[in-house]
Design a binder for this molecule. Structure first.
Ligand SMILES: [Zn+2]
Length: 258
């Protein structure tokens, strides 16, 4: 697992699985852990990374309800889980889904965990709205489209945008079962002014990028989703994201919009 410091108050760890990102954000003597790495050894070392950097983690946030972003409580079992109300509702309406999907991943890769994933009732955060941390506030923005739930987190004092599963340098826009192309485009439009102000953008998958690169990816993603709506399967994939796995995601997207 790689860890990079983006700002005195923002450290990002990037998992070996799916390049899933986990962002530690601090203000004063409170820190949050936003999303999570995937493998047990990565989750195990996370508290030491936080402690060494002087980030006392008091809460775990999830940008959305997909299982690979929900594992933070393995690292910080005492910390309450906070998420958008849409995400809390998604967790309630599909009880055990994250646990089942985690188990399928673990079975395939012969991964052993210290125990089952415990997800006690999540605390709903106001989205759009603010979330207090230390002496400051995080800005929470709705980010649906990839899934029906979710939020992006803007860290104003660091000019960092934690985007959830958008603006990835390694993954094309992905419409999951609950996703929507129209909502996806609306979320890109909502994120655009934040990307313009951002020093760094943390995508859900892939290493953090600077604002200029994120703006270019946003334009590519918008063009792709628009083409997907107009042409379905015939839509062209972004140039740098045309691997076999990305073509598989594209085929699933095309089935979803038609
Ligand atoms: Zn994801």
């Amino acid at each position: 697992m790689r860890a990079v410091g983006l700002h005195a108050d923002v450290v990002v760890a990037i998992s070996r699985a799916f390049q899933t990102t986990c962002t530690l954000v601090r203000s004063g003597n409170e820190a949050f852990c936003v999303d999570s790495p995937v493998f047990p050894d990565e989750l195990e070392i996370l508290p030491a990374i936080a402690e060494q950097a002087g980030f006392p983690v008091v809460g775990v946030l999830a940008t959305h309800a997909d299982w690979d972003h929900l594992l933070g409580r393995y690292a910080f079992p005492e910390a309450p889980l906070g998420c958008a109300e849409t995400t809390a509702a998604a967790l309630i309406s599909r009880p055990g889904a994250a646990q089942r999907e985690l188990r399928a991943f673990d079975d395939e890769l012969y991964v052993e965990r210290p125990g089952p994933l415990s997800l006690p009732g999540a605390q709903s955060l106001p989205v759009p709205g603010h979330c207090g941390i230390g002496e400051a506030e995080l800005e929470l923005h709705p980010a649906d489209g990839h899934t029906a739930d979710g939020m992006a987190v803007w860290v104003p004092w660091a000019c960092v945008l934690i985007a959830g599963d958008y603006l990835s340098p390694v993954e094309i826009p992905m419409l999951s079962d609950s996703g929507s192309a129209a909502a996806y485009l609306a979320t890109l439009a909502r994120l655009e002014p934040l990307v313009e102000q951002a020093d760094h953008v943390v995508p859900g998958h892939g290493a953090p990028i600077d604002g200029t690169r994120a703006a270019a990816i946003l334009r590519e993603d918008r063009a792709y989703v628009q083409a997907l709506l107009e042409h379905g399967e015939a839509a062209k994939l972004p140039l740098a994201r045309r691997t076999g796995e990305q073509r598989r995601i594209h085929a699933a997207n095309a089935r979803r919009v038609t």
